[in-house]
Each structure stands twice: as C-alpha cells, then as structure tokens.
Design a protein around this ligand. Sequence first.
Ligand code: ZN
Length: 343
Amino acid sequence: MKALRKTRPERGAELLDIPVPAIGPTDVLVRVKAAAICGTDIHIYEWNEWAAQRIKLPMTFGHEFCGEVVEVGEQVTHLQPGDLIAGETHIPCGKCFQCQTGNQHACESMAIVGVHTEGVFSEFASIPAVCAWKLAPDTDPELGALLEPMGVATHGLLVEPVDGGSVAVIGCGPIGIFAAQIASALGAYPLFVLEINPYRLAMAQRIVPQAVGLNPAKDDVVGAIREATGGRGVDISVELSGSVPGTRLAFDLVCVGGRVSLVGLTGDPVTFNTSDDIIYKEVTVKGTTGRIMWKTWWQMDRLLAGGRLDPREVITHRFSLAEYAEAFDLARSGKAGKIILFP
Ligand code: ZN
C-alpha cells in the first residue's frame, strides 16, 4: 500500500510502498477514505523542535480520518467489516486512575495515533478498536475526517453550557471556526471571532456571518467588545490561537463571573495578575484537551443531526496523497482552511 512516511529528521516526507499492516486482537484494519491535515502534522512535516522531541522515525503520520473497517481483531465484538468509522486519536490504557474515573482522554499513559503510533496518511491503517467511532453508513467521509478536530472545539466550548450568552472565539483556524459555528448554532449572542490573519478572519466571517469579525492587530478589540456587551465583556472567551497575546486577551475580554476556556497551546508562559484577572472577576478558567470519550462525540452527533452547522464549510482544498508536498506547502502558508487528503 502507499503510505506517507516520515523517514528522516528533516523537513518533508516520502510516499512509499509498504506492506498493509497486520492487526492485533484488539485492533481494526481500516481502508482510509479521507484524512485531514492538522497543525500537528505540519509540525511533523516541518520537523520542528516539538516533532524532534516526540516522533520516532520511521513512521507514517496523520491522525484525523474516516475509513471503512475491512478486518477486525479476534477480541473486537462491536465492529464488523463494512462499518464506516471516524478516528478518535487518544489511545487510553483503560487501567489507570484517570481512565477508571471517566477521564480516558486524560489517561496517565496516553498514546496518540500518528504521533506515538503509526498514523493514517496511508491506504490502510491499523487502529485500536477503542479509537473507532461508528458512523451512519451514508456519512460523507470528509465529514467523518473532521470530527476529531471539531471535537476539540466542542469540548472546549461546551465544557460548561453556553446558554445563549455572549462568546468570543480567539483564533480562527479550523478549530476556531468550528467553535464559532457551534456557538452560533447554540444561540450565542453577540458572537465575536478574532483573528490576526486576514485570510482566516474573512473565512470565519463567510462561514459564520452572524459573528462580528475583529482583527486584534488592527482593531480596538477590547473597546469594541465592551461597547457591544453593555460595558461588561463576554460571558465566555475561548482561546484557540495558541498565542500568548491571544491567551492574555481571553482574560481581558471576559466579564465578571464569566468563563475563560483555554484550548490553544502557547508553549510559552503567560503573565497574569490573579487578583484582577481572575479573583475579583470571579472568572472560571477551564483547560480542555482533546475530546471526552465519548461524551464529546455524542454532543457532535446531536449538533450535526439537526443540520444546524456543517463543518465541511471549513474545507478549502482537496488533494490525493501523492500531492502531499503541495498540500503541506499550502497548509503552512496560512492561506487554507482544512485540507483533505485522499489515500
Ligand atoms: Zn489510562
């Protein structure tokens, strides 16, 4: 089979012919129908410090996918060949304290598909059956491939109810746009989308026209949002830019008694005055990682069943796996939404 492999500790990847993987007793073999490029994949492709510290070469990367089960391990009873699945990327151990207390997504010995194990930028992939979310057979594979990143937005936004309050989404990459779509579907008002990249801000406003778009590099974001919220600020700010200024802004924008959801990873320390930023304002700060297994997936199931939003609007480009170089150059440029690869 064809597989997009990372073979050398440098920028790039190679499309190679390798054997179809054998599966273990608790795995499923999947024919990959669509896979999406994530920021993590760009780190791996570019081979930055983050990737160099984590990735063991050689390996196939990629982890956001939808595919058809073609073979199941002998201990797998809930899936059959022919089932269409989307991939959860947390691989929980099932035995630790967190796994046994409902936090499988925060497992103490977590592995991640396509980071710690062989990924899905390939014609077939062996996946632990515990990572398979069964889809209705007529689901569009492109939609299935977006559920993993949409789940990051869903968990970050819905870790507590939205209740129609005002929401600011900071950072309009695909996950930020998903968060804005969900907030809009749940009646958030007013809804703000903040982004310094003009291409992405325009994309967010096109997909979520109910949202007010602001560019923190140009606009007086704090002033504009205070004015639109009776001087109070937003009930919920969701940080998805993964930047220090964006994280700082999440606290500047939130109202007294509001909630800050931190999802984007800055990698650098952020300075707070806990008295003014959190204590006197009685702000709730929630960090979220990935998706709750499987509460988040059920939440998405309900959101999508009603037709209130379509995450596929975030897809801007589609490539065959052989066109990976063009796809990754485009992904890095920042002038793309979600990019789908077809193995
Ligand atoms: Zn565990």
